[in-house]
Design a protein around this ligand. Sequence first.
Ligand code: GLA
Length: 409
Amino acid sequence: MAQNPEDLAPLWRIPWTTEHGEARARELFHHTFGAAPTTFQSAPGRVTLIGDHTDYAGGLCLTTVLDHQTFVAARARDDARVRVVSAQGGLVEGPDHVWEGDLTALTHANGLGWARHVVGVLWALMERGFASRGMDIAIDSCVPIGAGLGSSASLQCAVALAVNDCWELLLDSPEGRSELAEAAIDAETRFVQVPTGGLDHYSIMQCERGQAVLLDFATRPPVLTQLPLYFPEYGLCLLVIDTSERRDLRDAHYAKRRASCEAAARQLGAPSLRDVFESPQWLRRVNQLRDPVVRARARHVVTELHRVRLITDELAGTGPAHERFVNAGKAMYRSHASLDVDFKVSTDALNLAVDSAFRVGALGARLVGAGFGGSAIALVRRTQVETTARLINAAFADRTLARPAFLTV
Ligand code: GLA
């Protein structure tokens, strides 16, 4: 069968402008609730540059945010009703889904479908003792869903910001945003029941677009260091390859990885793998773990922590730029190998994305986020973005894998 030339062209996910996103959320709100919203909030998706699967081990992560955002239009009510509509509801649950319930009945996520992410945030803020009010909430998003780009955290953070407005919580300062991030994390871990580590929510709440943030989870809240993104001024950018393979962190794999890391720390007599990493002969200690699976998982975490330090230093360094970016890129490839071989969270499609990026000369590439599907990133010259995407696209077509989509940061 002749191939349609359109199928060979890379599919680009273009971000909406803030005005466009707000207009869409306003329209959905008006169409559903027959009134005008009083607040608009948005929150981006996130990309991990390096440091995946370390946050829950007291680790370090270097992250940035996408231009793609979740948009929320909302309005406080005079009663205790909550109504939620999402333009993406159909993607998860079936068409035209409006969730409706009472604030007093928000006790568990069973049967809530996608609305659990929204309701969970209201629940978490009530748990923290904030005085609540009913709300109408409309959501629209251009963050690819389930693509390893923090779409659920982006939704939870945008909702937390809208609740902040509607309930007049005055949590607009950096400390206030950390409190909202913690509430959104509670929503995910205690309400939705995914034992996530916090890197998504803190990146989204604390990283400006076009910047990076180094998150240090040795303490809670983590210590945040705002950094430049470095790439644009050297003509480089991140190409995000969304493999179109979808995953759901509610399955047991993510929790199992976390449990293995906790077991490793316990067996080494340390509070966390971060403490092991900060001790002398950290790699030797980890390599002495008896259980091969626990050993491999722990090895990923400690070597990834080493790579976070290395990449952060290279990016901020003063040596020749080409050397620094080549070194950072190499560490990205090593990170991918570690996530594939030791942590076992890669897939054929993610490996193909990374291998193809290497073959066409990307400085570095790795899967991002939890893995088990989702996206990879490649560090490329801005002038090579189109060609790289085209060649990766062709490699996926050759292997008859689902068509990937691309975005840039
Ligand atoms: C998911 C989790 C995060 C983090 C990443 C992997 O995105 O939500 O807390 O563990 O996976 O780095």
